[in-house]
Design a protein around this ligand. Sequence first.
Ligand code: ATP
Length: 235
Amino acid sequence: MAEPIIEFKEVAKSYQRGDRIFYALRHVNLTIHEGEMVVILGPSGAGKSTLLNLLGGMDTATEGSIIFEGVDITKYNDNQLTQYRAKNVGVVFQFYNLIPTLTAYENVALMKEIEENTLDPKKCMEAVGLGEHFHQFPAQMSGGEQQRTSIARALAKNPKLLLCDEPTGALDTETGRGVLELLQKMSSESRHTVIMVTHNSSFADIANKVIRVKNGTVESITINQKPINANEVSW
Ligand SMILES: Nc1ncnc2c1ncn2[C@@H]1O[C@H](COP(=O)(O)OP(=O)(O)OP(=O)(O)O)[C@@H](O)[C@H]1O
C-alpha cells in the first residue's frame, strides 16, 4: 500500500452568516494515498469545491488538521501555504483558464517563469497529445485541446496533487472521455495523485476512491478494487 499523501482529521470550514455560524464542511476525516485517482461526488452546494480548495491550500480550515506528507499544513502561515501550493499543487478548471493572447506552448511555458523546478513544457504538451498544437492560440483550439493544454500547464509544475474541478464539464462525451483517460493515466503511470470534483456519478467507476459529500459532510468513502478504464465510462 502506498503512503498516505494527505489526511484530514476532524476538518471544518465555517463562515459567519449574520449572527450564525454556517458550516460549508464539518467533521471531515479522510486519507488519500499517493498515486490514487479520487473522485469527489455530491450535489450542488454540498461542499465539494470547499474540500478541493482545502486540499490545494487555496483556502484554510477553521477547525481540525490537514496533514500533507506528515506535516500539518493548517499550522502554515501565508508564505508557507504559498510555497505548499507552488511546490505540490496543480489545478485544472472547468473552463480551462488559459491566457488568450498566448499560444498553447506559451501558456504551458509560463509556469517556468513563475515556479522553480518545472518540467520541460514541450514534453508536457507531448504527454497530453498536443505535439502538433504548439503554436495555436486558445481560440484556435477545440475545447478538448484547450483542456489538454490546461492539464499540460498543471503538469509542468510536476505537482504531487493534481486537482481538477469539473474538468469535463464543458466538453462533449467523447472529448470528455479522452480527458478522463489522460487523468487516469497520470495517476496510474506517473503516480500523480489525481483528485477530481464532479456532479457526474458515472465517474465513480473510474476512481480508486470515491468520496461522497452531502450537506457539508462526508457521507461515504468507498474503495473501488477494480476501477474501469476511462474509455469505457458512459454518461
Ligand atoms: N466564501 C464563502 N462565504 C460564505 N459561504 C460560502 C463561501 N464559499 C462557499 N460557501 C458556501 O458553502 C457551501 C458549499 O459550497 P461549495 O462551493 O463547496 O459547494 P459545491 O459542492 O462545490 O457546489 P457546486 O457543485 O454548486 O459548485 C455553499 O452553501 C456555499 O454557499
